[in-house]
Design a protein around this ligand. Structure first.
Ligand code: ZN
Length: 237
């Protein structure tokens, strides 16, 4: 595990294609996303290797129901008995992963075939707790509904720590912040509005940003998010 900041680790043992995070708080630990189905074993082994008892993982917050973020969810939940938390609108995709389709129709058949492979097959999970925009979580996070990439995508803001966990609302690729990729984002307009919302509400409060894809930004993160929003909308925020 790689520490990002006080109380936050990236479970980098699963590689760098997608990131999942471990957050420490007064009641134990919360996992934020769980990687691909094939990553579940690695996440559990990493916890054990770092002397974190599996039952100390109290909750798993899901930024969205995609295969690379919740693929390992069923197995990790079973092993930890953690409560699964997601946005109310995302529940459907956790319970019926087959309903998630790429935005580009050309990708749909290959995507569906790929998800039948054992390492990519996503087992359904019924969440324990549904959250909505603005909700305060016991871990200290505020939920920000950031739809577009998926209908119930959420990002998390920790005001006190000046931290944004962006999920796939924004990615950091090639040294640049970017909106989520069009191929897998059915509602591009809404995804762009979500970036604007993050920038407007929290741009001045945030220092650090971590992403589902791409390396963390440790300082001036809010300014960078505002820069991206200004660039997308050709308007100063
Ligand atoms: Zn992703």
């Amino acid at each position: 595990m790689k520490q990002v900041t006080a109380g936050l680790w990236e479970i980098d043992e699963i590689g760098s294609a997608v990131h999942c995070y471990l957050w420490e708080w007064r009641e134990g630990y919360t996992l934020i996303d769980t990687g691909f189905p094939k990553d579940a074993r690695t996440v559990l082994d990493t916890l054990v290797a770092n002397k974190i008892p599996l039952h100390a993982v109290r909750r798993i917050i899901v930024t969205h129901g995609d295969l690379d973020h919740t693929g390992g969810l069923a197995q990790i939940r079973r092993a930890t008995q953690a409560r699964v938390v997601c946005h109310a609108v995302e529940k459907e995709f956790l319970e019926h992963p087959m309903r998630r389709r790429p935005a580009k129709w050309l990708l749909r058949v290959p995507f569906r075939l790929a998800t039948l492979l054992p390492g990519l097959y996503q087992r359904p999970v019924t969440p324990d707790e549904l959250v909505v925009d603005g909700q305060e979580l016991p871990e200290g996070f505020t939920v920000v509904h950031t739809p577009g990439h998926t209908p119930g995508h959420i990002s998390l803001v920790h005001r006190e720590r000046r931290l944004l966990i962006a999920g796939d609302a924004i990615s950091n690729r090639g040294g640049k912040l970017r909106a989520p990729s069009n191929g897998f984002t059915p509602d591009v307009d809404n995804a762009q509005r979500s970036i604007w919302r993050l920038a407007k509400r929290y741009g001045d409060e945030i220092e650090m940003v971590v992403f589902g894809h791409g390396p963390p930004i440790l300082s001036n993160g809010g300014k960078r998010v505002k820069g991206l929003a200004s660039q997308i909308f050709s308007a100063e925020i």
